[in-house]
Write a protein of this length. Structure first.
Lengths: 340, 298
């Protein structure tokens, strides 16, 4: 095929006109991939009355926005979204299509990929452009998307390649791609597209919808103090909150602490929680399962406090404190207040 | 008129307790080396189906695609209250990604005939993709209701479910047939003692043949008689090949999978040598001082 390579597309997720962070992270990564391939970075923005988002998308480096506005696209339901995206794919033949691995992205992307008979890789943590030799089928492919993801509960990292027709589709974990600073001087092209929907796509009705924005923002936090099973009790989590407050950070937790009912799931860091990369991560009484480490090992500085010197958490730590958090944390608060 | 509810389940390696050696050099799972369990969220899907059976009257059929040994999760489904089971097993299905798997399962659904509801766990703990449910729904051109916590109401026209969304929940209403993916929001019932007594003899035809082979006794007629006897007592686990379900060989297994594994590596997370900080006032004071000087703190 001597056809021109298709562009890099990003599905923009929005809730009430507010763009999800992961979509902006993907615009930044998408720009990098598009530059490597010599193609454009383009966004799909679906919803009702969401045109006000367009300038933000340009400022993060998006060159074209396909805007599809229709009352039937609000609130989000899978079937009409999938239909609109399939129509756009067939019309414009993108090379790559990225979704955030959010609850919405993970129910929408497979529906689209299945209809398009495209490959789809879930929950990627890195993306690269490289060549691929398929030794089994004796085929070689140039400039394919390397889709890198953990599997087997985080025990292995696999690189997956989609060898069928485009687009190469993936969902990407929230918080792992770096968000560059926006540049308000950037401009792009707006393409308004009419949704071509029939009754078949609107059979599922939303009868009731209850939601609230999360009251914790771990992804945006520069300092995170996280507690694990070693904290010992719900009451003792006060120590973690005290340290976070003193240092001006957010409170995180391991799965064990969440499962014990000491703290809400919104605070969970790791494979099944949030991936974070703050300036400072303090792991308190966290043994450091591979699932937890996968969610925080890219933090700039990591302090681990644990009574067991053999804890795996120390393998990713920059500072190791073998000791009891009940003694260490009050000393940290005292020392910080004395110096700051 | 009762409902036909189909639950798809998967036998998975217990990924909480393994190391990187569990992979073959080709990058596929070395299943033989791992303890196999009932995928946790599939148990929640089965429980929800059994609750529908209790509330509305339903025939609960449980299906799985896997190795012959996956018959074990089907027996465990019978111990919990399933009515009928089917194992889809065939060498040509090996190496399937989620697209090939969902196509294969869709062929099984079509072969089963009238199905009102399909339930799956949200995702399996070996791949964590959560893709097969939505892809199967698309293959059947049926609506998908994902992240379901509970069924509010079921009638012959429609189903109303409560499902999780980011930061809250929704009540969704959909016509039948529909596909639900279920999250860990119920307590799967234990296996029933009487059911275990009854169904521990349930077998697939190849398990029957294997038992005969092990006893050095391979009389085809005897095998056929035993299979017939199991079937008459409701103890036969159906076993279908790709051809039995009318699957196109080019769309199943490795051949039908657009995604290929290029490379697999064991995860090694290290930050280099950690600096040891004494757990006393002087050590901690020094640490805080360092973090303030390099602008990590303050």
């Amino acid at each position: 095929m001597s056809e021109k390579l298709g562009n890099v597309w990003i599905f923009i997720e929005q809730e009430g006109g507010k763009i999800a962070d992961v979509s902006l992270e993907l615009l930044c990564k998408g720009r990098e991939l598009a530059a490597k391939l010599g193609v454009k970075t383009e966004a799909l923005l679906l919803g009702n009355k969401v045109e006000s988002c367009v300038d933000t998308l340009y400022s993060y480096g998006c060159e074209t926005v396909y805007l599809v506005e229709d009352p039937r696209l609000e609130p989000f339901t899978v079937l009409p979204y999938a239909k609109v995206i399939i129509d756009l794919i067939l019309a414009h033949k993108p090379n790559i299509l990225l979704f955030g691995a959010t609850m919405k992205g993970r129910e929408l992307a497979p529906r689209v990929a299945s209809e398009k008979l495209a490959g789809l890789t879930a929950d990627c943590t890195d993306l690269k452009i490289d060549d691929f030799e398929d030794l089994k089928n004796k085929q070689s492919y140039k400039n394919k998307l390397m889709q890198i993801r953990p599997a087997f509960g985080g025990n292995i990292i696999a690189t997956i390649v989609n060898t069928w027709d485009d687009p190469q589709m993936v969902t990407v974990r929230e918080g792992v791609m770096k968000m560059d600073a926006p540049d308000k001087s950037r401009k792009g092209t707006l393409v308004k597209v009419k949704a071509n929907l029939s009754d078949a796509e609107t059979v599922v009705k939303v009868i009731e919808r209850v939601r609230a924005d999360k009251d914790v923002d771990l992804k945006g936090a520069q300092i995170i103090v996280a507690g694990g099973y070693g904290v010992g009790s719900k009451e003792n989590f006060k120590l973690i909150y005290d340290l976070a407050e003193a240092l001006g950070g957010e409170v995180g937790a391991s799965r064990a602490a969440v499962d014990a009912g000491w703290i809400d799931h919104d605070h969970q860091v790791g494979q099944t929680g949030v991936t974070v990369r703050p300036r400072l991560y303090i792991a308190c009484g966290i043994s450091g399962s591979i699932q937890h480490r996968a969610g925080m090992s890219e933090s700039k500085k990591i302090i681990a406090i644990n009574t067991d010197p053999g804890s795996p958490i120390f393998s990713v730590a920059h500072y190791a404190i073998v000791g009891d958090i009940n003694q260490v944390i009050p000393q940290m608060i005292k020392a910080f207040k004395a110096k700051a | 008129m009762s409902y036909n509810v189909l639950v798809f389940v998967k036998q998975v390696p217990d990924t909480q307790n393994i190391s990187g050696e569990a992979m073959t050099p080709e990058g596929t799972v070395n299943r033989a080396a791992l303890p196999a369990i009932f995928n946790p969220e599939d148990l929640n899907a089965l429980e929800l189906a059994l609750q529908l059976k209790d509330r509305y009257g339903a025939k609960v059929i449980v299906g799985t695609m896997g190795m012959p040994a996956a018959a074990e999760v089907l027996r465990q489904s019978l111990y919990r209250g399933a009515d009928e089971c089917v194992l889809i097993t065939d060498r040509v299905l090996a190496g399937a990604d989620t697209l090939a798997t969902s196509y294969t399962l869709s062929c099984c659904v079509k072969k089963l005939g009238k199905i009102d509801l399909i339930l799956c766990g949200r995702q399996a703990i070996d791949g964590d993709t959560a893709q097969v449910g939505p892809q199967l729904a698309e293959k059947l051109k049926a609506p998908q209701l994902c992240y379901v916590e509970d069924v509010v109401e079921l009638t012959h026209k429609k189903i109303t479910v409560k499902r999780a969304i980011e930061g809250g929940h929704e009540i969704l209403e959909s016509p039948l047939p529909a596909l639900l993916t279920v999250i860990e929001a119920n307590e799967p019932r234990p296996m029933g003692g009487k059911k275990i007594m009854k169904y521990k003899r349930a077998k697939t035809p190849s398990e029957v043949a294997k038992a005969h082979a092990n006893a050095n006794y391979t009389d085809a007629e005897a095998i056929a008689t035993e299979i017939e006897s199991l079937e008459s007592r409701g103890l036969l686990i159906k076993e279908w090949s790709a051809a039995d379900i009318g699957a196109d060989p080019g769309r199943v297994g490795f051949a039908g999978s657009p995604t290929k594994v290029k490379q697999v590596m064991s995860v090694v997370l290290t930050a280099g040598e950690a600096k040891s900080v004494p757990a006393n006032a002087a050590g901690i004071s020094q640490l805080i001082h360092e973090l303030i000087s390099d602008h990590t703190l303050g």
